[in-house]
Design a protein around this ligand. Sequence first.
Ligand code: FDA
Length: 586
Amino acid sequence: HMAEIETDVLIVGTGPAGSATAALLSSYGVENVAINRYRWLANTPRAHITNQRTMEVLRDLGREVEDEAYMHATEGDLMGNNVFCESLAGEELGRMLSWGNAPESRAEHLRSSPCHMNDLPQTFMEPLLFKTACSRGTQARMSTEYLRHVEDGEGVTTICRDRLTGREFEIRSKYLVGADGGNSAVAETCGLPFEGQMGVGGSMNILFRADLSRFVAHRPSVLYWVMQPGANVGGIGMGLVRMVRPWNEWLIVWGYDINEPAPVVDEAMATEVARQLVGDPKLEIELLSANTWTVNNMYATHMQTDRVFIMGDAAHRHPPSNGLGSNTSIQDAYNLAWKLAHVLKGPAGPGLLDSYSVERAPIAKQIVTRANQSIGEFGPIFEALGMTDSTDPEVMQANMDKRGEDSPAAEAQREALRKAIEFKKYEFDCHGVEMNQRYDSGAVVKDGQPDPGFDRDPELHYQPTTWPGARLPHCWLYRDDGTRVSTLDLCGKGRWTILTGIGGEAWADAAKTVAADTGVEIDVHVIGPRRAIEDHLGDWSRLRETTDAGAVMTRPDQHVCFRAAEMSDDPAAELRRVLDAILQPA
Ligand code: FDA
């Protein structure tokens, strides 16, 4: 029977991945339908940490989208006192300045992006992305469940169930995006390959309201780690008190033994856990919700078939450590959306789409591995506290208390604890993992230019480069009316861009020639004295790694796809070669 609905792209799921895809496709003028099995969006806060790269995607969707995110978010300077304590009311064991709040790290963040890190619960992020999508053209169908799909040479037929009537119906699309989360049925139907394991640990979430200002307002943070002997499975107690809204809405994350059945978290149990971690036996909470979840360590090694793509948690399943879940999901969308737009609107052949998995599957592996490794890296803290020498809570407590003694052993213990806490920067201040994504695929023209590698730890520190495949480095430039503009602001918006300098005007003429031939428009900005955009600070000249007349060319996702050290003898032929290689791969 005939499909009732036809569209160019069907998106399954309206989480961060699906809503971002819908918002981007609609912004690029591509027809799309998004379905969600539930009647509305996220009903619990879930992911919060929103990093600079994700904010750049929102900024590219429009300054109003970026501004609305900041309006709802808890600002970065309230995120930074990552506290380790015996309870919120009890002794503090140490702390680290996190999420770009250490002075050196703050400088790196300020240098790296026009955007800043913030804490935005998914209950705000999803509606923002979803509203942007729907207001720009996405047709959304709620209470509509994906059941299965069949792919053929011309498109995909997806069988859905309308959950209000129970009726099954078909949607026919040219492409299908599975943004359907960690139990992705789309990935399952495609039979895509995964590595790793699901369910390597058990956790429960307890969401509640209580004013905890008196314990936290003097050391504002999003995370408070509570280490309590005997308070948990295996004899080691660590719980997380996570700020949702400062300082009256909270999420407690508490482990349970994955080898036992998941506990039933009722009001009494939730209150008991909250009292224990907060350290206030009289604390009253308003329980909002409680649920259990498992720690996963699994990623897709290939994220697409010819016409079906998976993204977000459908492709990478990992614990919340490092706060990478929703960030990576939105960044997946930013990688795929412009490619779909270029194929559907004509200038690109379907081969361009192959670069999606080539570029994003290594990121999936990297972030799943990092997030799981971060859990293990609490180990040295437990060891330094003497919590691993015994399973007897009294011995553990005595070991922890020894760190206040005047003895060589206690001094060594204090040193070990300081080092163990500092080491957690790989979870709480891991700027390189957030910002260093460099692609290597057919959608990047590398041209034999040497890999700049990394001068410092690539997980901790972002290293700007215009090496093709890297995201365009940010710096501030100035328009002739005095307003400042980021290099990134000159790019994106679904368009191709060349940044050049004085003597590089021929790139603009070449771009016009190429646009006439290929239908791909390239914006060319000549940056320099007495030009429309000036580099008053000299930062762009330092970052660009080319001469004035050279060129740095970006794709619509702001990643550099080609670079010329100098003006080419035949710039039109050069651009033509680049676009053909990227858009019409063999
Ligand atoms: P996401 O799971 O958000 O969205 C999937 C979408 O697909 C939903 O709209 C769903 O309704 C829809 N869907 C699924 N199956 C469907 C079907 N068959 N038919 C139609 N629609 C279907 N991360 C973090 O960094 N910190 C945290 O604290 C938490 N906490 C947390 C708590 C809970 C309870 C969950 C479930 C998850 C987290 N996460 C988290 C993870 C974080 O939420 C996650 O990484 C992102 O939401 C991933 O975004 P996606 O869009 O990929 O999937």
